[in-house]
Design a protein around this ligand. Structure first.
Ligand code: ZN
Length: 327
């Protein structure tokens, strides 16, 4: 084997989230051989977040017992709008980034080809090539967590749109008279069906003296974690069932609508909420989608629970590096 072929047999794949940065080293057999997680200094400067990403990659390189020279590429997934060709992030509120140049700073440090991509797009790619979405030509991935993200695969290729902003499923308006969304509009999908919306509904009910086991499971501050929703379901909590049912019905309605527009092969559901309570929600989602979708569109549509969890976006990095021809 030529020496330089042996040299670059790994990539560093990073998922830069609002609370944690997850960095992994992946080998040429598409296997994660090391992973490092560090908290995101989101309230610090944009540079501090970039430095933390760099630290996280360095720690993963050490953990994997490889050298920087053996890295073929670095791929960073970012929750926000960006231009992958220019390496600039337009807006990533959870990271405190606005018009932040990311690629050049990381590339300068490691001297390795560096790419950025929207995290939901990476998740869709990961699920499509390495997860339950494998083999489906046209696929929509939906990530239900604090917000709702989406990624579209058409003809086995990521669809980015004219300005790399396609897939923003969370901001489809469901109810113009609904709750205000982080984007400024009212009644967006994520303002109606995300974990933030689920939390809000449960808290409002608690304020109205509705009985729920959630009052005992949390101290009532901040978001209600997905694991607490799962525990409440296990205890057959009526309020939790009702609120999750409503969220699932909305998700199904959106899937049915989009299936009418796109005639998809598969919809893959992922994210913290699905991971925790997907078994409860999926049958409701399917039923609701079937009521909206035209029979021909629904007939062979697969609605699946992604089992890749946090790793979907990391695996997506492999696809980006391969497309660029460096891995
Ligand atoms: Zn919105």
């Amino acid at each position: 084997m030529p020496v330089d072929m042996k040299k670059t047999q790994y990539i560093a794949s990073v998922d830069a989230g609002g609370t944690k940065i997850l960095s992994a080293i992946i080998n040429s057999k598409n296997k994660i051989i090391a992973r490092v997680k560090k908290p995101t200094p989101a309230n610090d400067s944009p540079r501090a977040v970039i430095n933390r990403i760099i630290e996280c990659i360095e720690a993963a390189i050490i953990e994997a017992k490889i050298t920087t020279e053996e890295l073929a590429a670095i791929v960073v997934g970012i929750p926000g709008s960006l231009n992958p060709e220019r390496g600039i992030v337009y807006l990533a509120p959870n990271l405190g980034w606005k018009n932040t140049k990311v690629t050049s700073q990381i590339k300068k440090y490691f001297g390795v080809p560096t790419f950025i991509e929207n995290d939901a797009n990476l998740g869709a790619l990961g699920t499509h090539r390495f997860g339950v979405g494998k083999g489906f030509k046209n696929l929509l991935a939906i990530f239900v967590g604090t917000g709702i993200g989406g990624g579209l695969i058409f003809n086995n290729t990521l669809y980015r749109g004219k300005s790399f902003a396609a897939g923003e499923i969370g901001h489809i308006i469901i109810d113009p008279k609904g709750e205000k969304c982080g984007c400024g509009n009212y009644g967006c999908f994520e303002a109606v069906a995300s974990r933030t919306a689920i939390t809000r509904e449960i808290k409002n009910a608690i304020k109205k003296d509705k009985r729920t086991v959630i009052s005992k499971l949390t101290n009532n501050f901040g978001l209600i974690k997905s694991s607490i929703l799962a525990e409440a379901l296990r205890r057959n909590d009526k309020l939790t069932r009702k609120v999750l049912k409503s969220s699932a019905q909305t998700i199904g309605m959106v899937i049915g609508n989009l299936s009418n527009l796109l005639d998809l092969n598969a919809v893959v559901l992922a994210g913290g909420v699905i991971e925790a309570v997907g078994d409860f929600m999926l049958p409701i989602i399917k039923k609701s989608a079937s009521e909206v979708a035209l029979p021909q569109n629904f007939e062979r549509l697969k609605i699946l629970n992604s089992k890749l969890a946090d790793d979907a976006a990391l695996y997506g990095g492999i696809v980006i590096a391969k497309e660029a021809g460096v891995f």
